[in-house]
Write a protein that binds this ligand. Structure first.
Ligand code: SF4
Length: 180
């Protein structure tokens, strides 16, 4: 059987969903028998390659995220929305309501840990933040959703394993198996 290709991506999130993915522990070896992880936060491929399965954590907070997600969709056979930030925007949804100036002042001037002279950098690159953070499915079509904050490692493994074996994951059945 030809190995499949997996990517994991982290947009507007806290990385907690990726931590949960790592919690599948030794089951990663079962995943590795079936697939190569060709892009993830620690596999620094510059371009997003064509993949069979993309797991996307976090929501869309900026123009850059929007374009990145469209590119991911175009290059992924199956796109999985990973975690509550991807599904509902969750905590990330509160971010863009703050004015950029307030955020910069808070980080560089007002924080107790800063000296009061305020060392605002002369040059910086800020993402073009959207007025409102949006979930993945408002930008592209999503094939599967794994809810939770963070989603459980067992559920992530279940969905991934089913997809890698060309089966349709059934979260209701998985819960029944787990909780009876
Ligand atoms: S769903 Fe929870 S764990 Fe995942 S990125 Fe959002 S805040 Fe972090």
């Amino acid at each position: 059987m030809t190995k499949k290709r997996i990517a994991t991506v982290w947009l507007g999130g806290c990385s907690g969903c990726h931590m949960s993915l790592l919690d599948i522990d030794e089951r990663i070896l079962e995943v590795a028998k079936l697939a190569d992880i060709v892009k993830c936060p620690i596999v620094d491929a510059k371009e997003f390659p064509e993949v069979d399965v993309a797991l996307v954590e976090g929501s869309v907070t900026s123009d850059e995220h929007w374009r990145e997600l469209e590119h991911i969709r175009k290059n992924s056979k199956v796109l999985v929305s990973l975690g509550d930030c991807a599904l509902t925007t969750n905590i990330t949804g509160m971010r863009n309501q703050l004015a950029k100036e307030d955020v910069l002042n808070c980080a560089y001037k007002d924080a107790i840990s800063n000296d009061k002279e305020g060392k605002m950098p002369k040059h910086w690159v800020l993402l073009n933040l959207l007025d409102k953070v949006v979930p993945l499915h408002e930008v592209v079509s999503v094939d599967y959703v794994i809810p939770g904050c963070p989603p459980s490692a067992d559920t992530i493994f279940y969905v991934l394993f089913e997809l890698l074996n060309d089966r349709v994951p059934d979260l209701a059945a998985e819960r029944k198996l787990k909780y009876g």
